[in-house]
Design a protein around this ligand. Structure first.
Ligand SMILES: *Cc1c(COP(=O)(O)O)cnc(C)c1O
Length: 506
């Protein structure tokens, strides 16, 4: 009706490199008419309303459902009432209202708002949108599965040894190993899982992906139930999260249904992962940090609720639940607007005030001198030493995504020693295995010169070190990290190259 569905599947090369995942894909649902995968659901559900002659309807929403249904209801000429909790960001509430929907702000939890909306609909004898109990809503989400297998076939089909060119299909359809989504009510994964299962049953794909449902720690009823091996989720009565989209405290029957379907697909050998998937929780803070990193690494600005899924991805890779060779698809939605102030702070722009007088007097020099007078803060200086440009570029990218570092690069030991003297870095990230002057020799040279002997060094290495090599490093370096595993924990429980660096530069 309005261009819903058919969103691009984006190969996340940079984030994938950082996580060591070659086949990480992002289903970019931001590109739907109202920027979330709720457009699929709204399109089909409102069409069904229209066919059924419904003229006025009621729903409760954590934000995105109300926005999507408002747009489609407006087009269909159906009057809509949206009950939103006061947690929903003001920007989203206004967007709902713009479409002509009657917004009812409820100062209560989402579950309570839902009950009030239901009572209201019953009293007035209006249609009530029942979310995961509404057939069109669930069925619409199957299209996500259809598009994913089609696009993965295009990405992976040609080089894939499993491709059977003689089966009469133009291109093979390929299911991912994992489908990740942040989960609130659970309608998305319920429909997507159904879509994959039906494709499997029709013989169109060879496996059903494992589902990873990610919730916020402050509202994780599914995760709690899953970890306790319970098939009924106990409601979280007072959700504690700033991420309103994910504040369904009581998923009710949907969790049970989803879990049953996931287990069944594993038991019947359709899904290769035990139990058919996993539920995991991350903190709001982890989500915000991941959101900023994703924007800087991939150029994708997503809403906090989607960042929860990416934070979950990082956790599952670290815990080695998602393996390096797995094909992974993450559902991505929304926009950062509502929390940009939180992640950027106050100093995100440099103010440059040029008076009209300066312009008149010295047109060009005036602007230049004003520019050079603008004070830029001093950022920590980091020297990255590695003989392969790919490895240097990866480290540089990771650092750039996490802070405003001033970065220097050296491609061999000799250059490293020179730049350490010339640039006086606050920190050196050093590759050990380089031809001619190797990392050990660089360390010796740095230690022997009083101008460089106090610069902290993080050593990165591609191989396991011998006992003798480890002994040589003892006391001379700050940390040892394995290449390709910058996100793994070391013995101190520290994880993440950038947190190591922040620690050192404090
Ligand atoms: C709706 C929504 C969710 C939660 O999806 P459910 O399938 O309803 O659990 C997660 N993230 C975003 C951005 C959403 O809009």
């Amino acid at each position: 009706m309005m261009g819903e569905g058919g969103t691009p599947l984006i190969h996340a090369l940079n984030l994938g490199k950082m996580l060591g995942l070659e086949n990480l894909y992002i289903k970019d649902e931001r590109q739907g008419p109202t920027n979330s995968f709720k457009d699929r659901q709204a399109s089909l559900a409102v069409t069904a309303w229209k066919e059924a002659g419904i003229r006025e309807a009621v729903l409760a929403s954590t934000g995105n459902v109300a926005i999507a249904y408002s747009a489609y209801a407006a087009r269909a000429g159906i009057k809509l009432w949206a009950f939103l909790t006061s947690l929903v960001p003001a920007e989203k509430m206004r967007e709902v209202a713009v479409y002509g929907t009657q917004v009812v702000k409820v100062t209560a939890t989402y579950d309570q708002a839902k009950t009030i909306a239901y009572e209201f609909a019953k009293q007035r004898n209006l249609h009530f949108e029942r979310g995961s109990r509404s057939i069109p809503s669930v069925e619409a989400m199957k299209t996500l599965a259809y598009e994913i297998v089609e696009d993965l076939g295009l990405f992976l089909g040609q080089n894939n040894p499993e491709v059977n060119q003689s089966d009469g299909l133009d291109s093979e359809w390929i299911a991912p190993d994992w489908y990740l989504q942040s989960v609130s009510g659970g309608l998305g994964p319920q429909g997507v899982q159904k879509g994959f299962s039906e494709l499997f049953e029709m013989g169109l794909i060879k496996k059903v992906p494992a589902i990873a449902g990610i919730q916020t720690e402050g509202c994780a009823p599914m995760v709690h139930a899953f970890q306790r091996d319970q098939s009924i989720a106990e409601a979280v009565v007072s959700p504690r999260t700033h991420i309103a989209t994910l504040s369904t405290g009581d998923p009710g029957f949907t969790y049970t249904l989803l879990l049953t379907r996931m287990r069944e697909s594993a038991d019947l050998g359709k899904c290769n992962f035990p139990g058919g998937g996993i539920f995991e929780a991350v903190s709001d803070e982890e989500a915000y940090r991941t959101m900023h990193m994703l924007a800087k690494l991939e150029g994708l600005s997503v809403e906090p609720a989607s960042a929860v899924a990416f934070a979950g991805l990082i956790k599952l890779v670290r815990d080695r639940i998602i393996k390096q060779n797995d094909v992974v698809v993450v559902n991505c939605t929304g926009h950062t607007m509502s929390i940009e102030t939180d992640i950027l702070g106050d100093n995100w722009a440099k103010n440059l005030v040029v008076s009209a007088k300066v312009f008149e007097e010295q047109p060009e020099e005036g602007i230049l001198s004003a520019l050079s007078a603008a004070t830029f803060e001093k950022f920590p200086r980091v020297l990255v030493v590695d003989d392969t440009s790919d490895a240097r570029r990866l480290i540089v990218r990771i650092l750039k995504s996490q802070g405003d570092y001033i970065l220097f690069e050296a491609e061999n030991g000799g250059e490293a020693i020179q730049k350490a003297l010339k640039e006086a870095p606050d920190l050196i990230i050093l590759d050990l295995m380089m031809p001619e002057v190797d990392g050990f020799m660089v360390l010796d040279a740095l230690k022997n010169d009083p101008r460089t002997s106090n610069i902290p060094v993080i050593v990165v290495t591609a191989k396991d070190l011998t006992r003798a090599e480890k002994a040589r490093l003892q006391g001379r370096i700050h940390a040892l990290m394995e290449k390709g595993n910058f996100l793994d924990s070391n013995e101190d429980g520290e994880n993440d190259l950038s947190s190591q660096i922040r620690e050192i530069l404090k």
